[in-house]
Design a protein around this ligand. Sequence first.
Ligand code: NAP
Length: 265
Amino acid sequence: MSSVQKQGKALITGASTGIGAIYADRLAKRGYDLILVARDEAKLNRVADKIKAEYEVSVTVISADLTLKDELARIESVLRSDSSITLLVNNAGLGAVTKLAESNIDDIETMISLNVIALTRLSAAITPGLIASGHGAIINIASIVALAPELLNGAYSGSKAYVVNFTQSMHLELADKGIRVQAVLPGAIDTPFWDKSGMPVNHLPAQIVMNPEALVDAALAGFDMGEVITIPSLPDLNDWNVLENARKALAPNLSHTTPASRYLS
Ligand code: NAP
């Protein structure tokens, strides 16, 4: 049992397995009390019991399906009413590996509702409290497919592009109020995500797959460095900066009174 300085409370979605369960461990190690959210209460309890045996933190488990409006509203209400929550980790997410024409559109809708709607509503729920206290953070788990629409399913990569865009905008909205917002863009990570998506992780080339412990440790190192966008696998940060600078250079020319000359006959 180890004890460190208390940090407030972190609410982590999708904490029953994979990346979320590792965030739970690492944030407990940093001194955060925890609220762990996912659907599978038994798995959440297993994660909670392990953490309570190792660290002097309190751990609350809430079973909720974040794609169901009533259950999502319960978690929004926790975020609005518990002012000790200083960190939200929007991690719960679903993937899709088949192309849209071969996908079940109801499954795609469920994925969008978890990856986009739940993340947005939970962020909106915690933000006024963070603004009032003048500190705290939101960590959003995106994906490198946000930058690679060529990979997997377009609705999945689009949902993660939303997370990146949303994070950058929230950072601009909240930075001067003392609130940190970070998007983490994992590559392929060895978690149950792949089996659930219908593509076993061992079908991927081993050299592109990271373990979730290494991913979360790198993501938290990026958080500590003050990064808004953290791409744990990217060797040279300048490659990201070049892309961002090119994007920003478009800005003065994205809205004019007349179309560009190539569109005028
Ligand atoms: P995972 O092990 O499958 O974890 C997903 C978590 O989300 C689980 O705790 C799951 O718990 C929870 N969840 C799923 N549906 C939910 C719902 N309707 N309501 C509430 N919770 C729900 O996969 P992971 O790899 O750790 O994924 C975590 C995040 O990383 C996701 O956002 C994913 O898109 C992102 N990501 C993963 C990879 C990768 O290669 N693994 C790469 C890039 C990004 P329950 O089933 O108990 O609800």
